[in-house]
Design a protein around this ligand. Structure first.
Ligand code: HH2
Length: 269
């Protein structure tokens, strides 16, 4: 039985585990399966409600990795984490071949930053029983930050979600989480509008995830380099939850769990 991220009660906090040499904030730290497993255990101990394992950086300008290399990085870690932890394990991939093999090796959720835009990716998930994260990205990581522009950012993303959900449902995939893709082909002002108006996506009837953790819009707003962006991450996640987010994807689980426990108590009072 595949595990699911539960949404609707307390905010679910997902811990990011990047098994890459080049992720924008933690590249190279968890490349060995041993270091990655240790980090996953730590994230779970800090209260992570799920772990999201990624083996291909999507930082702006990145070229990507081939399928063989992505699997070489992912599979030993996925297997070890599934054996050790009880929480759901999500895999962050855009490749149907990678998704398929990860599902065979126990992945609970597939998080696709290209939002299941390829029919092959939908086929890879059909019949798997896995939950899916449909993220919006304008362009691809190689070009997404070259002058992104929206007439109406909320309407464009909502339209994309509606179309993708229809295709997924046609293939029998109904356990969907929506993610507007903070920083993926968005200007600072686009990110701010999205974060303030997440309830707009809730109308579509699915849980909403956001990933603001340590991202460059925080740096652009504050001038702080990537290593010092925890306060900005906390502020953005707390306000995202107040605006309707059900799930946050972060590097710093312990700190976010505390911040959200307080924020949720205030919101519920
Ligand atoms: N952000 C990143 C990667 N995957 N998936 C979802 N659903 N939402 C996000 O906002 C998101 C994501 C980028 O962050 P990170 O994994 O830390 O960096 P990198 O892509 O450089 O590995």
């Amino acid at each position: 039985m595949r595990k699911k991220i539960k949404a609707g009660g307390k905010t679910a906090v997902g811990g990011v585990l990047n098994v890459t040499p080049d992720s924008f904030s933690d590249g190279g730290k968890y490349l060995s399966p041993g270091a990655a497993l240790k980090r996953a255990v730590e994230l779970a101990r800090e209260g992570a409600d799920f772990v999201d394992i990624g083996a291909e950086s999507s930082r702006p300008g990145s070229a990507g990795v081939d399928e063989e290399e992505e699997l070489r990085r992912l599979i030993p870690v996925l297997k070890a984490v599934k054996k050790k932890l009880d929480i759901p394990v999500s895999v962050d991939t855009r490749k149907p071949g990678v998704a398929r093999i990860c599902l065979e090796n126990g992945a609970d959720i597939i998080n696709d930053i290209s939002g299941f835009s390829s029919p092959a990716m939908i086929s890879a998930l059909a019949g798997s029983g896995a939950q899916v994260v449909v993220m919006h990205m304008k362009g691809d990581p190689g070009n997404m930050q070259e002058n992104p522009f929206y007439e109406d950012v909320m309407a464009e993303i909502a339209g994309f979600f509606e179309e993708r959900c229809l295709e997924l449902k046609k293939a029998g995939i109904g356990d969907i989480i929506l993610d507007p893709g903070i920083g993926f082909g968005k200007r600072v002002e686009d990110n701010l509008i999205i974060l303030k108006n997440l309830f707009g996506f809730k109308k579509l009837g699915y849980p909403v995830m956001v990933g603001t953790s340590r991202k460059s819009f925080i740096g652009k707003l504050t001038g702080v380099p990537v290593g010092g962006r925890l306060p900005g991450t906390v502020a953005s996640c707390v306000l995202a939850v107040a605006a309707g987010a059900d799930i946050v994807r972060v590097h710093d689980v312990k700190e976010l769990k505390q911040a959200l426990a307080v924020a949720e108590a205030i919101l519920a009072s």
